[in-house]
Ligand binder design. Structure first.
Ligand SMILES: *Cc1c(COP(=O)(O)O)cnc(C)c1O
Length: 320
């Protein structure tokens, strides 16, 4: 592969009144700062998919996503950086002009293909895969969101990668992460040391169903021959109360919180994922969910590109 500078993510301490009051130490792992366009958890989910594609001599990556997808954005950028042709299969109909996410993808050389919602629902079936292979030739297919075992594997490296010394990784009691498909959570959970716990905040409504998905991701991963950093049983829990009405739904409280958080701590948050998790953690702090002396690590999983496309919607929505 080419030499590409993807930096180890910095850790930033958050000093807030409420954290000090409750005796809890809070840190943010800034995966959003690793590279201007290939960053966040999406980079970790792509990493081993790209390596497998390269090993198997594929020259084209094909993947799936919605029109605002962080994964489409990251795949287009990573493909360009590492010398792959990329095809993005987008859910729904083409809308022109392209939104900022898709214009960026095209600028990076990604070819966009649109599937209506019914066809798109078949994205994980052998039939659609075959159809796509016929249409585009030999392509390495990465599932939506980079959510396969290669994706989990990459995410087992997030915390270790971040820590200047291995010992530092032990220092945190709770690792907090926003959760869509829970691929990232599964990787994190598999990389924890004894006594550490991952807390996942689903951004979808009724996120409790994810428990089953997490169990099967963990089972499948452990049944595979992929490496597991540590052998202690994965410890995780779901906190389902901070979805704000569902995927990509926001309200003024969430917008206000993100603005304030950025002003006070110089940490910009995306509205779809990280803002909800950070809001949830601050709220749990207030409720006394954590104990004095606990050390929290909040994962900033990136996604800031999506804020650009949401701006128009937010202006209509909010007066702030
Ligand atoms: C995709 C994404 C997530 C969710 O990751 P999963 O592995 O699907 O749970 C969280 N945060 C951001 C910023 C994302 O783009």
């Amino acid at each position: 592969m080419h030499v590409v500078n993807i930096f180890p993510p910095p850790i930033q301490q958050i000093t807030s009144e409420i954290a000090r009051h409750t005796g809890v130490d809070m840190y943010v792992l800034r995966l959003d700062l690793m590279h201007p366009s290939v960053n966040g958890n999406k980079w970790f989910k792509l990493k081993y998919n790209l390596l497998e594609a390269k090993e198997k001599n594929f020259t084209t990556l094909l993947t799936f996503g919605g029109a605002y997808s962080n994964h489409i954005y990251a795949t287009a950028a990573a493909g360009n950086l590492f010398g792959f042709r990329t095809i993005g299969v987008i859910r729904g109909e083409e809308r022109l002009p392209l939104n900022p996410t898709l214009s960026f993808a095209v600028q990076q050389g990604m070819q966009l293909v649109y599937l209506n919602r019914e066809m798109y629902r078949q994205r994980n079936t052998a039939a659609l895969e075959e159809y796509l292979q016929q249409q585009f030739g030999q392509v390495f297919i990465i599932p939506e969101g980079g959510s396969n075992l290669n994706g989990v594997r990459g995410c087992t490296e997030i915390i270790a990668d971040a820590m200047p010394t291995a010992g530092y990784a032990y220092a945190f009691d709770h690792i907090c992460v926003a959760c869509g498909t829970a691929t990232t959570l599964a990787g994190i959970a598999l990389s924890l040391h004894e006594g550490q716990r991952a807390i996942a905040f689903p951004v979808l409504k009724n996120g409790a169903f994810l428990a089953q998905d997490i169990e099967s991701l963990l089972t499948n991963y452990l049944a595979s021959s992929l490496p597991t950093p540590y052998s202690s049983p994965a410890s995780w829990e779901l906190v389902c109360d901070y979805h704000f009405g569902g995927y990509a739904k926001v309200n003024n409280e969430l917008l206000f919180f993100s603005q304030q958080f950025k002003e006070e701590h110089d940490v910009p948050l995306d509205y779809v994922y990280t803002a909800k998790m950070f809001y949830g953690v601050m709220d749990l702090l207030k409720q006394g969910f954590f104990s004095k002396g606990d050390r929290l690590l909040l994962l900033h999983t990136g996604g800031l590109q999506g804020n650009v496309g949401m701006e128009g919607r937010l202006q209509r929505f909010s007066k702030i």
